[in-house]
Design a protein around this ligand. Sequence first.
Ligand code: 6PG
Length: 256
Amino acid sequence: MSESKPNIIVAANRDELNVVAAQFIARVAKDSIAARSRCIIALSGGSTPKLLYALLAQPEWSARFDWNRIHLFWSDERCVPIDHPDSNFAMVNKELLSKVPIPKENVHRYRTELGDASAVAADYEKTLREVFDVSADEVPRFDLTLLGLGENGHTASLFPHCPALRETERLVVADYVEEVKSWRLTFTARLINASRNIVFLISGASKAEVVRAVLNGPRKPEELPAQLINSSGDGEVTWIIDRAAAVLIQNTATAP
Ligand code: 6PG
């Protein structure tokens, strides 16, 4: 797996972070639709991207997207009902999906109502393959996979020391994560790393140390799973982070 260095864009503050990310996504969507008539994006959960989704839902941003040609997935999900406060689908639905004209058939959520977490993961992987129209031995290539970064170095729901970190075949798996005392559903590194664009969206001083450890510290992916994320082909990895989260890393580019 190539260990090419990620692109790093440092935004002055949280507002600029969201504008830079929205511009990035709009560009990828335009280019993907021009090249392949559609754009398939995997969204991140957690709190950081909420303001980004709210920005994309605003008319002046929403108008920049051809929603009929955009498909949305989630890079991870909590194995809870879709009306549960922890649901990543519920958060995105509230902030974005309920406010933009994306066709329902283009929104691909985890069917957590199936109950058993492993069955939900297998069902999601089946849906992935159908939407991408790829065979069992191909890895679908997302046009953009959006990720966050936990203070413990997890990304998506790839948590330290979890079996998901060592998965080399499947694309979507379920792990019981002791740290959060819940079943989590997640893309594997194999799937994430096939993306044309991988974007980490990170904000705040509380993430400064983990950003330093992941980017500049020793490689120890069992403890810092975000270190598993590198493009496996000709894709690009971009860290869009604000100044507070970037304070401990060297040689950073600043947002244009
Ligand atoms: C989730 C996310 C997770 C998140 C990180 C950072 O389902 O919670 O996918 O990987 O991105 O935990 O979360 P915050 O943005 O809330 O700091």
